[in-house]
Design a binder for this molecule. Structure first.
Ligand code: NDP
Length: 495
């Protein structure tokens, strides 16, 4: 078992003076306020990033505004699609470099970085590229009475809203960044992205590839820094829309300040405490395998991942035994080791937060497997399964965003909707059953943006994704993104 060799271009990239990408150029940054970028697998500083000043935020938004009214507005929808496809090709061609950079910053296994941050991002880009030529309005037949022989016709146009501020979290910084880039560019908007201070590097490299793909200077800008930089970006009066992915408390602040700034439209993709219900006929092997795959991927740091599991009491012992066997077989270690399938948590605050939840589990629930931080360099904890102390166990209600699945037995299927809906969140839920008739009857009763059957967490570009309740507002993917990134203009003509 050994780590893969870092590519020479990755080593060279890390040596750069990192800050921003504004108006088509890599910018060194002027503030003197620097944030260290830490490799969560060993706690070592691998690079530094300079935080944006107010002037740098201003010049990023000004560049995005200029090109929104200028060159980008003159670029045909077809050409926008060609450019997005080229960016997908370049992501794949430079995939190993992007994957290694992202693994170094986030602790994500190199497999996941290759598969999701690169491969899945390219799929999303190509999907959105297909939409560029299909963003249309409608033709209407007005009902006005004709007084003197005149007639009326009307139609609607879908027009890009303008400059979009994209705020990206640290868990899937490239893929979530790409969702915002692709939606903005497909609709004719321009974009200023603010990555998380923990994972700022890969999106800077992606901005360079965008120029190579033919994205005009100023269309896609990246500014870096802590949350304050994001706050000043969303309050900018020239920002027409904010697309935020992150936690509920920050999302609430972002929504309030965007509205207060300029009635700026906001999409909020927030957290989840996602339920998985194993119906009494569930195939336990299949359900456990599916929940292991989706509940512990990237150490559980996935907003849509299952965190609370409802199991019929008759199947509880078998289910817990199978979870335990699967977790004990996991290979924990460096995310740059291709034989490893469980790495570190992504950063120190996240490690501290998950460690507190593990302590809570040891004190008030029954730890079935795992339950402790690991005594080694970096931010490692054990993959954990906990048996809840009852329906009000905090681990059934608070988002851990970590590798902790909390199990509660139930007796009657009729209890499930109330148990699943007993949450402030409503992002995803899953049912595991071969009784499709029963599943279809339960689906309308479940409060979640996405309900899966015999699967969980899969995000496909053709299927709208977003939350209800505290999990957010707005939808990405499918055709649903068009409403959020365009204004509907009505045109009426008398003739
Ligand atoms: P945060 O809410 O802490 O941060 C999200 C982003 O917002 C980061 O770029 C952060 O910058 C920035 N930010 C922080 N404060 C402000 C502010 N006042 N104004 C504007 N931007 C700000 O979330 P995390 O990065 O910790 O991500 C984890 C959370 O995100 C989890 O709760 C998870 O559920 C949720 N999430 C939701 C997803 C979804 O699609 N629903 C997907 C992925 C994650 P900085 O990091 O520099 O502080």
């Amino acid at each position: 078992m050994s780590e893969i060799q870092l590519l020479p271009q990755v080593r060279e990239f890390l040596q750069r003076n990192h800050a921003h990408f504004i108006d088509g150029q890599y910018r060194a940054g002027t503030s003197g306020k620097r944030v260290p970028i830490v490799n969560p697998a060993n706690g070592e500083v691998i690079a530094q990033i300079t935080c944006a000043t107010a002037d740098e935020v201003e010049s990023a938004v000004a560049a995005a505004r200029r090109t929104f009214k200028g060159e980008w507005a003159q670029t045909s929808p077809y050409q926008r699609g060609v450019i997005l496809n080229r960016l997908a090709d370049l992501m794949e061609a430079n995939g190993e470099e992007l994957a290694q950079l992202e693994t170094l910053c986030s602790g994500k296994s190199i497999h996941l970085s290759r598969m999701f941050e690169v491969g899945q991002s390219a799929i999303f880009l190509r999907y959105y590229a297909g939409w560029t030529t299909k963003i249309n309005g409608e033709t209407m037949s007005p009902s006005f009475p004709s007084m003197a022989g005149e007639q009326y016709t009307a139609f609607t146009r879908r027009e890009p809203v303008g400059v979009v501020a994209g705020i990206v979290p640290w868990n899937f910084s490239v893929m979530i960044g790409v969702w915002k880039i692709a939606a903005a560019l497909a609709t004719g908007c321009t974009l200023v992205l603010k990555p998380s201070e923990f994972t700022p590097l890969t999106l800077l490299r992606l901005a360079e590839l965008a120029i190579e793909a033919g994205v005009p200077a100023g269309v896609f800008n990246v500014i870096n820094g802590t949350g304050e930089v994001g706050a000043s970006l969303i309050e900018h009066p020239q920002v027409a829309k904010v697309s935020f992915t992150g936690s509920v408390p920050t999302g609430l602040k972002v929504g309030q300040s965007a509205m207060a700034a300029n009635l700026t439209r906001v999409t909020l993709e927030l957290g989840g405490k996602n339920a998985a219900a194993l119906l009494p006929d569930a195939n336990i092997d299949g359900a456990v395998a599916g929940l292991i795959q989706t509940g512990y991927v990237h150490q559980g740091q996935v907003c849509a991942a299952p965190e609370r599991i409802y199991v019929h009491r008759s199947q509880l012992d078998e289910t817990l035994a199978k979870f335990t066997a699967a977790l004990q077989g996991m290979n924990i270690g460096s995310p740059l080791d291709e034989s490893v399938n469980f790495g570190p948590l992504a950063n120190k605050p996240q490690f501290d937060k998950v460690s507190q939840f593990l302590q809570l589990a040891r004190e008030q629930s029954q730890v079935v497997c795992g339950g402790k931080p690991l005594a080694r360099a970096g931010y490692f904890v054990e993959p954990t399964v906990v048996l809840a102390n009852g329906p009000q166990d905090r681990l059934l209600h608070e988002e851990t965003f970590g590798p902790i699945l909390c199990v509660l037995p139930y007796d009657e299927v009729e209890e499930l909707p109330a148990l699943i809906n007993d949450s402030p969140f409503g992002l995803t839920a899953s049912m595991w059953t071969n009784d499709l008739s029963r599943a279809l009857r339960l689906i309308p009763q479940i409060e979640a943006g996405t309900v899966y059957v015999n699967m969980h967490t899969f995000l496909d570009p053709s299927v709208p994704f977003g939350g209800i309740k505290a999990s957010g507002t707005g939808r990405e993917f499918g055709s649903a993104f068009i409403d959020d990134y365009t204004e509907l203009k009505s045109v009426m003509i008398r003739y």
